[in-house]
Structure formats: C-alpha cells, structure tokens
Design a protein around this ligand. Structure first.
Ligand SMILES: [Zn+2]
Length: 112
C-alpha cells in the first residue's frame, strides 16, 4: 500500500522546519527486525535530536533476546521505505553531538 505523501515536520518542540533526516536504530528480537525511529529532524535540530536519541537508547532496557543498535542518522525521503534510507554516518561524528544533553529526561513518556 503506497504511503501518502505529506510533509513531515521536525520533531523538535516549536520547530517549524520540515524534517530532512530520520534518527533511528535497528532493533531485533531474533525474529523481527525493524528500524526504530527516535525522531525526525531538520538540519538545525539534528545534533540535538541525535544526542537525545543516544541518551534514550542508552537508557532503554531490553528484554532477553532483544538487541538495539546505536542510533544512526538517515536521510529522509518523502514516501520512501525504511530499507531504502541512506545512512549518513558522516553526520554522526562527535561534532554532531551536544555535550549538554547527558541526562535522560525522566518525564519523557517514551524512553525508548
Ligand atoms: Zn528543527
């Protein structure tokens, strides 16, 4: 079933920009594989949202048999499928991470 084409906006609170990247990590439980999406980001918010995803990932408790890879940055293509997303490892370097985001936000209802 084709996905509808609609503009996706940045996940950062109050940011009106359209998202250009997806912050996601590959997850599997030995049977099912999926790309777990943390956030959708515009270029300006990418560093902050990626750092936040790293924190959430580190705080995520997995059930036995589950495996969650370190979050990565993928180019977002409107209407594209996850398997066709292009990873942008060049954006995942230390310069993309903001050191001030170190503590998990315990009020976040979706820690994973
Ligand atoms: Zn943004």
């Amino acid at each position: 079933m084709p996905m509808p084409h609609y503009p996706v906006s940045c996940s950062a609170p109050g940011c009106p920009q359209p998202a250009a990247f997806k912050v996601a990590a590959r997850w599997n439980d030995g049977i099912t594989h999926e790309l777990k999406t943390y956030s959708l980001a515009c270029l300006n918010c990418l560093g902050t949202l990626f750092a936040s995803a790293l924190v959430k990932s580190a705080a995520c408790r997995l059930a036995p048999g589950e495996a969650l890879e370190t979050p990565g940055i993928y180019e977002l293509h409107r209407g594209g499928r996850d398997k066709t997303l292009k990873r942008r490892a060049d954006l995942e370097g230390p310069s993309a991470r903001r050191p001030e985001v170190e503590c998990p936000d315990s009020s976040d209802p979706h820690p994973c």
